[in-house]
Design a protein around this ligand. Structure first.
Ligand code: AMP
Length: 190
C-alpha cells in the first residue's frame, strides 16, 4: 500500500496537490477538514461542535478526527492506499494513525512537506477566502491563529516522521505542475 501524509501549513497547496496525486496513483483522499465541513453541512452534532472551534481557527479534539479517520479506513478496506491531507496535525494523532494502520498490517510510506513561507500563505488564504466560501479563510485574525496552531502543535509532527526516516520536503512555491512533478519524483523513489 502507498500511504502518504501530505504536510504543510494552511494554504500550502495540500488540497490541490492531493487531487492530482489521487488521479496519478489511484489513492483514496482523506482530508479531515473536508470530513468536518461535510459534518457541518449535514448539521450533525459533531459538526456543530467542530464548527465553533474551526471558526476560531483552533484545532478540534484529537479523538474526533481520529474517530473519523478510523471509520474511513474501515470503509475502504480494498484501497490501494491513502493520502492523508490535514491529518495528523498533532503528535497524538500521528501515534494513533500508526496504531490504526498497524492493526491493518499497513504503515505510512512517507510524509511529504510542502514548504511555503508565512507571507505567501497569508496572501494565498486571503485570496482563497474571496471565493472558497470558507469563513475561516476570510478573516485575517483567524488565518493568523491557524498558522499559530500549525507552528505550535502541527510542526512537531515532522519530527515524528523524521525519526522514522519517512520525512521528505519539497518547495511549495512555483507552478502547480512543477510542484506535482517534485512530489512524484519523491514518491517514485519510495
Ligand atoms: P483544513 O481544511 O485542513 O484547513 O482544516 C480546517 C479546520 O478544521 C482546522 O483549522 C481545524 O479547526 C479543523 N481540523 C481539520 N483537520 C484537523 C485535525 N487533523 N485535527 C484537528 N483539527 C482539524
Amino acid at each position: 500500500m502507498l500511504n502518504l501524509v501530505l504536510f504543510g501549513p494552511p494554504g500550502a497547496g495540500k488540497g490541490t496537490q492531493s487531487q492530482k496525486l489521487i488521479d496519478q496513483y489511484q489513492l483514496i483522499h482523506l482530508s479531515t477538514g473536508d470530513l468536518l465541513r461535510s459534518e457541518i453541512a449535514q448539521g450533525t452534532s459533531l459538526g456543530m461542535e467542530a464548527k465553533k472551534l474551526m471558526d476560531q481557527g483552533v484545532l478540534v479534539p484529537d479523538e474526533v478526527v481520529i474517530g473519523m479517520i478510523s471509520n474511513k479506513l474501515d470503509a475502504n478496506k480494498d484501497a490501494k492506499g491513502f493520502i492523508f491531507d490535514g491529518f495528523p496535525r498533532t503528535v497524538a494523532q500521528a501515534e494513533a494513525l500508526d496504531h490504526l494502520l498497524d492493526t491493518k498490517k499497513s504503515a505510512i510510506s512517507a510524509m511529504i512537506a510542502l514548504e511555503v513561507n508565512d507571507d505567501e500563505l497569508e496572501r494565498r488564504l486571503l485570496l482563497r477566502g474571496k471565493d472558497s466560501g470558507r469563513p475561516d479563510d476570510a478573516n485575517p485574525e483567524v488565518i493568523r491563529k491557524r498558522i499559530m496552531e500549525y507552528n505550535n502543535k502541527t510542526a512537531p509532527v515532522a519530527n515524528f516522521y523524521k525519526t522514522q526516516n519517512k520525512f521528505y520536503s519539497i518547495a511549495g512555491i512555483g507552478a502547480i505542475d512543477e510542484i506535482f512533478a517534485s512530489l512524484c519524483s519523491v514518491i517514485n523513489q519510495l
